[in-house]
Ligand binder design. Structure first.
Ligand code: FAD
Length: 356
């Protein structure tokens, strides 16, 4: 093989690593099982309206990691989008997260910042909030009956004693001005990188060069100890003859009786694109959580003592291959935001594996 290393899986973890390896002078071969690179951050542009569609669910880049921010900005610019999440409950719209805006509207009061803590310490208030905004949503998300959702969750939900409705607390956030796909195209645009799509890696073809794998860990070993459990999602896209369907990018539906958890409306991620905002059509997507079986798209790991023990077995197995580095959300069997996946890839000690 005329390459120095193989990167199997071209999501954010694999593409970041491929770029680092290439810049370190390695000739990198990238294999991606899907028809295109980008993993679950891959988007499609609707040809008629120019709307960027997040085909695996809404993705907002946010971080307070300086190394990640400096790295990602070498490749793309962000549009300054600030994420807000709203929730519809019994036909009324509230601002998440849990803070003064939501609490005051829900209870019809005018609390001041120094009154929030005591108000929410009252069991009847916290239970009412839990029942309205967390019980139904969490039961849909994890496929459990609402009665089985533990009310103690509410104690772990941070309560803001102010009117700040920004969803994230990170220093930096936004959406790539030229779209997410441009990030992957630019990361991989290097003379030392060769890309092959529709090319799935399997253990039987492990080469004797360093190999960086970010597909599912259990699948790599043919599920020999059993499947690591995931929660899956179904996305239902719809194009509507309306300029604006819901006035915001993400609307949660918190009642258990509504079968989906949220509706995404993608044009709101690019308020700076006045021509796209002005089109008399919009694309929305209803998100339905669902049971996962091997072969389905894995989205959220179901972390339990049993799955953690299974993960340990697979990790032990992977350690038997000194040339193999396993990472990313699927390889690590953990939920990672994009900045975490990028940071993890920036921290992989490439010299140790590549032999300096
Ligand atoms: C619904 C949802 C919404 C999210 N929203 C956000 C958000 O708003 N902000 C945020 O920061 N993060 C968000 N995330 C997290 C984000 O999707 C992940 O951080 C990111 O996808 C991790 O990248 P990755 O490279 O680890 O994995 P992936 O993106 O899954 O990439 C892995 C790649 O490996 C390929 N592959 C698998 N097996 C093989 C094989 N055998 N050979 C070759 N290739 C293979 C896959 O096809 C895939 O392209 C969200 C996640 C979900 C589930």
């Amino acid at each position: 093989m005329e390459h120095d290393c193989l990167v199997a899986g071209a999501g954010i973890w694999g593409c970041t690593l491929a770029r680092r390896l290439a810049e370190a002078g390695r000739r990198v071969l990238v294999w991606e099982a899907r028809a295109a690179v980008g993993g679950n951050v891959r988007c499609e542009t609707d040809a008629e309206t120019g709307i960027e569609i997040h085909i695996y669910g809404s993705h907002i880049f946010h971080t307070h990691d300086r190394a990640v921010w400096d790295f990602v900005q070498r490749f793309i610019e962000f549009n300054g989008y600030q994420h807000k999440v709203l929730a519809t409950y019994k036909g009324k719209v509230y601002h998440l997260p849990l803070g003064l805006t939501l609490i005051n509207k829900f209870f019809g009061v005018e609390l001041r910042p120094d009154e929030v803590k005591e108000f929410m310490a009252d069991e009847s208030h916290s239970s009412a909030i839990f029942d309205a905004f967390f019980r139904g949503y969490t039961s849909k998300q994890w496929g459990k009956p609402p009665e089985e959702i533990d009310p103690s969750i509410i104690k772990r939900v941070p309560v803001r004693d102010n009117y700040d409705t920004n969803y994230y607390n990170d220093y930096w956030q936004g959406i790539p001005s030229d779209g997410y796909n441009s990030l992957f195209d630019r990361l991989l645009d290097h003379q030392n990188i060769t890309i092959e799509c529709n090319r799935a890696f399997s253990l039987s073809e492990l080469p004797d060069i360093p190999t960086y794998y970010s597909g599912p860990l259990d699948r790599l070993f043919d599920y020999k100890f059993g499947a690591l459990p995931w929660r899956s999602l179904r996305f239902e896209m719809e194009k509507l003859p309306l300029a604006d369907f819901q006035g915001t990018s993400v609307m949660n539906y918190t009642e258990a009786s509504v079968p989906y958890t949220r509706i995404h409306e993608f044009k709101h991620y690019h308020p700076e694109k006045k021509d796209v905002m002005a089109t008399p059509k919009t694309v929305i997507c209803r998100e339905y959580p669902r049971h996962w079986e091997p072969g389905d798209e894995p989205y959220y790991p179901i972390v339990t003592p049993e799955s953690t023990a299974l993960l340990d077995k697979y990790r032990e197995e992977a350690r038997r291959y000194p040339n193999l580095v396993v990472g990313g959300r699927l390889g690590g069997y953990r939920y990672l935001d994009m900045d975490n996946a990028m940071s993890a890839a920036l921290e992989v000690p490439i010299d140790a594996v590549c032999g300096g």
